[in-house]
Design a protein around this ligand. Structure first.
Ligand code: DX5
Ligand code: ZN
Length: 252
């Protein structure tokens, strides 16, 4: 086991088994995955250490390509540069992820979410990911996620339910942090839960965008497994206290 896994304290029984990324998410549900793009990017090491101290389990990286999203953010080199036991949660808001996903896996992403709105071969991307190994540790596995914009009908998920581990419902339109939570997300989460129950598979459900101190408890109460929150944690003032608050509020 490498030092990072040891530091994460992710040991099962006497044998220091490495749990899969999926196991970690299930065991810790609801997981708070903190968006790091509003952190101090030139001090990312200490910003990640701050999250680790609070008990946060995942770091969410919003990858935007300037095409699917107006803004361009970061790519595989930044994901590779994250030295942390936190799960690396790569949210790819990029055009045509087929044949691009491999670079994010090689960079150490544990969770990879992409968008059908930006993709001609959604099912093929999922098939492609099924054959890939987690670069941190092959035993850790990869979590394959599909993200859906607020305007995309949930029915696009139906033919994909056998090939994914995570559905990420966006509560804002992709673009930037700090937007307002769109109210219709609640109904979409309920509908997604029914679809997942009907599939008979243990698919994780997440919500991303507009999650603040004021609404995180309410979102957690919807019964989701993953909650992404960015600017409400890294607000330039009290990131550690914010992260602790979010963890506590999501658990209740
Ligand atoms: C939206 C992104 C979100 C967003 C989260 O484009 O996918 O991850 O940046 O940031 P907050 O929590 O500030 O809405
Ligand atoms: Zn995101």
């Amino acid at each position: 086991m490498d030092e990072q896994a040891r530091r994460s304290g992710l040991t099962f029984g006497e044998h220091m088994m490495v749990p899969s990324a999926l196991d970690i998410l299930r065991e810790s549900s609801p997981v708070v995955s903190v968006g790091i793009l509003t952190a101090d990017l030139l001090s990312l090491g200490s910003e990640l250490a701050l999250l680790e101290r609070t008990g946060v389990k995942a770091a969410h990286v919003d990858v935007m390509d300037g095409c699917f999203c107006p803004m361009m953010t970061v790519g595989p080199p930044l994901i590779r540069a994250l030295k942390t036991p936190l799960l690396k949660d790569a949210h790819l808001m990029i055009d045509e992820p087929l044949n691009k996903v491999a670079d994010y896996v090689a960079a150490g992403a544990d969770i990879i979410t992409f968008h059908p709105e930006a993709c001609s071969h959604v099912h093929r991307v999922l098939q492609q990911m099924r054959t890939m190994k987690n670069a941190n540790d092959p035993e850790r596995g990869l979590v394959r996620g599909v993200g859906l914009n607020p305007g995309t009908p949930l029915e696009v998920l139906e033919p994909l339910l056998d090939e994914l581990e995570l559905i990420l419902i966006l509560a804002v339109n992709p673009g930037w942090g700090g937007q307002r939570f769109i109210a219709s997300t609640r109904g979409r989460v309920e509908k997604a839960k029914r679809m997942i129950a009907g599939s008979g598979r243990e698919i994780l459900l997440g919500v991303d965008g507009g999650i603040t101190r004021d609404n995180i408890a309410e979102v957690a109460a919807l019964g989701v497994d993953l909650i992404v929150t960015g600017s409400a944690v890294f607000d330039g003032k009290a990131a550690e206290a914010n992260a602790k608050f979010m963890l506590e509020a999501a658990r209740r």
